[in-house]
Write a protein of this length. Sequence first.
Length: 303
Amino acid sequence: MAKDSNVSAVRKAKNGTPLTIFFTLLSIVWVSPIFIVLINSFKKKTFINKEPFKLASSVGSKGGSALEQFFFTSKKSFVHWDNYIGGIEKIDFFKAFGYSLFITVASVLVIIICTSMCGWYITRVKTKFTAGVYYLCVFSMIIPFQMVMFSLSKVADMLGFDNPLGIILVYLGFGAGLAVFMFCGFVKAIPLEIEEAAMIDGCNPIQTFFKIVLPILKPTCITVAILQAMWIWNDYLLPYLVLDIKKYKTIPIAIQYLKGGYGSVDMGAMMAMLVLAIIPIIIFYAVCQKYIIEGVVAGAVKG
């Protein structure tokens, strides 16, 4: 028996080796663009054009500002921090970061609260109206954004949504479909007896939702938060169409201002700003990624 088990284990290992090699190579392919952006963010423009796939060499500047001297102990270095310093100054990065952070956090919170309540109500109250709302939410998931973007920009401008507060409502409308679908699937798996017990103890519907249902919805809430945050943080087209970009620039919009006249682009500064832009969302994803599969599987339960 021991020999048979050892033989089967060896066979499984051999069968899994090609898949391991394949997925390792696939992972390298997916990660390589990020690595290329990272190494080019430390190069001067000349080196990026001539040697885009090589590591940064001795391209440090002499002297420099106090911020540069903070990073350097000698006049030469293997990295070129001017891209980061110059990019931050050119596009007013921290102001754009503030707008992106506020819009992303506020939009995600509004989407989670509103759609979780909507999903709970749709699941528990069985009427033609709630069924129609559910199917409208599902239908909204398949409508291409390009079909409504021009009319959306006109309506948003007429309603005064061309500011960070107004665009939150726009994101709520576009993000509600997927979120309601996932919350409805999860709520179907929650025993109704738990809510009935809470109501017997004196909780009204609002208290039942926030004290009983919402804590149980935590895995799906985190999954929805990750998916929506990654979309909203990296979104370029919707803020460009809705926001007054003379006053409010998110990071994706601000980075576009590194383009100069006649098609010239400050590639070094652009690479550096892209690195700074992806760091927060990568950290957020890394912290919460263990909840993604749990929330997606729970949200796919059929009642």
